[in-house]
Design a protein around this ligand. Sequence first.
Ligand code: UDP
Length: 327
Amino acid sequence: MILVVGGAGYIGSHLVKELVEQKAVIVLDNLSTGREDSIDNRVRFVKGDLGDILTLDQLFSEYPIEAVMHFAANSLVGESVQDPYKYYNNNVSNTLTLLNAMLKHGVKNFIFSSTAATYGIPETDLITEETSTNPINPYGRSKLMIEQILEDFHQAYGINYIVLRYFNAAGAHVSGEIGESHEPETHLIPIVLENLLGQRENISVFGTDYDTHDGTCIRDYIHVTDLANAHILSLNALLEKKMQTATYNLGNGKGYSVKEIIDTCEKVTGIKANAVITDRRPGDPATLVASSERIYHDLGWKTEYELEDIIDSAWKWHKRILEDSSN
Ligand code: UDP
């Protein structure tokens, strides 16, 4: 049985949808940002906090858990700057509680959701796992701290882990049943689609004076189901003892600028966007693009979805939730 902490969230729920095809799954989620209706009905769901020692003790005592996959973090850069306690408390302290509970109950396999934000402002355009980590905000630092704790826990206690550093997760499940919706929404693709659906007056383009081909920031957008598949390969590599520890970037290896994203959304939907240029958003590096060569080499992972697929699946999901809310 696999414990998925944060399995009601955007990325966690997509992982669960794939994982239930192979394994018995139990989801622990406090529903602070996740949606109960996104949890697959084949899993056992426990509403609770990853920092709650009693709940964790109960779960590990009651179920034969082989591995833990951890998605339950706060992940907004701006919020982490405003409220670092929230980030260090949930992302670091509560994760430590979870790791300690695993150790107490002899569970030694851990998959950790990390982030491109651990790299900070990299000196190179194509980021490999060897690129130095120098996070520039509490969110990135909180994730890097856990990565470092995992290294120490592997040495001292024999925890085996795979760290997955996500670039820009985007898109929705092909079924249209689950997708990305945050409250408030801060991510570019959902914001553009909300504008196209008339739910938002305009899109702010945060700066057009970056050192990129059109002056807007370049990011590496990756379909959430591609991310989910990388988790399953990683989990199996740990369970089959092919790997003890690893750190992998997960991206498409291709960068798109903010302007290119807006153009592609217009192309896929046939609707004109209303974009306005505003100041830069603090803390945004000009370009973040991943090399995912290492996970391809070790586990054979590669992406299946292109940008158009990402936007098309997200568009279906956004139209669906709008229709549901107006019924
Ligand atoms: N962005 C933008 N307007 C928005 C939201 C985002 O111009 O309303 C830009 C942002 O500056 C970044 C890119 O879009 O360069 C992706 O931002 P997002 O918040 O989606 O992801 P991040 O890269 O911060 O994880």
